[in-house]
Design a protein around this ligand. Structure first.
Ligand code: CDP
Length: 229
């Protein structure tokens, strides 16, 4: 059995396991995985380092022209994000970035620049992309759309554990506060707010394991497109 190339869009709230699920689904299906959140995080890192004012459209446009984001697979077979040729994979996961990424992502010019790049990456199909607006704006024609959610405390606990594994120690209340704030900005912004596409399948991950999440998405993908070999 062979699965033909489709686009899988995984959207949802902060820290409900979208990236982990998307990465593993892509590995199983032999697809390319693109973490659109990493792109917004890289833009945020650039803006912070260059002291770009979020209220100055000219400065923003100029900065966006200086930004080149790419992805590379490392020796451990995981994807790393590069900003202007430098690996920023670790730095963009920092709370310094998490605290600022949602206001940056709400800017129209930032979204237009990222969406254009994301569409280019998905042209060949055979892609799993996760984010907030993938099924609604980036790939409204995606063959499979998943909308993930989970209880806030469970999400915060998982994110804290994930950061702890990278030796980043953060108080649980701070993680909860960051998740709540980002969800609030992401769902209420004017430009491409986070919302479930009408044809997306909802997946609540509060009581299920990562393995179960992955199995479910792979099962749905196979049901969408199977080419007998
Ligand atoms: O992994 P986590 O849920 O922490 O978030 P992420 O996927 O790394 O995305 C970080 C932030 O980027 C989100 O909170 C959104 O503000 C923004 N984002 C977006 O606006 N649109 C996307 N397609 C992906 C992320």
């Amino acid at each position: 059995m062979q699965i033909s190339k489709i686009v899988i869009a995984i959207d949802g709230y902060s820290a409900c396991g979208k990236s982990t699920t998307a990465r593993e689904v892509a590995r199983i299906l032999g697809y390319r995985y693109i973490d659109s959140g990493a792109m917004y995080r890289a833009v945020t890192l650039y803006f912070l380092n260059q002291h770009i004012s979020l209220t100055n459209p000219k400065e923003i446009d100029r900065a966006l022209q200086q930004i080149n984001i790419s992805f590379k697979i490392n020796a451990r077979n995981s994807t790393e994000t590069f900003l202007n040729g430098l690996c920023v994979e670790e730095e963009i996961r920092d709370m310094r970035i998490s605290d600022q990424v949602s206001p940056v992502s709400a800017i129209k010019a930032v979204r237009e620049a990222m969406v254009a790049q994301q569409r280019k990456l998905g042209k060949e199909k055979g892609i799993v992309m996760d984010g907030r607006d993938i099924g609604t704006v980036v790939f409204p024609e995606a063959e499979l759309k998943i909308f993930m959610s989970a209880d806030t405390n469970v999400r915060a606990f998982r994110r804290q554990k994930e950061l702890m594994e990278k030796n980043i120690l953060i108080n649980l209340d701070e993680v909860i506060e960051n998740i709540r704030k980002r969800d609030q900005i992401d769902t209420t912004r004017t430009e491409s707010p986070l919302r479930k596409a009408p044809d997306a399948i909802e997946l609540d991950t509060t009581y299920i394991t990562i393995e179960e999440q992955v199995d479910e998405v792979v099962r749905l993908a196979i049901a969408r497109k199977v080419t007998p070999s």
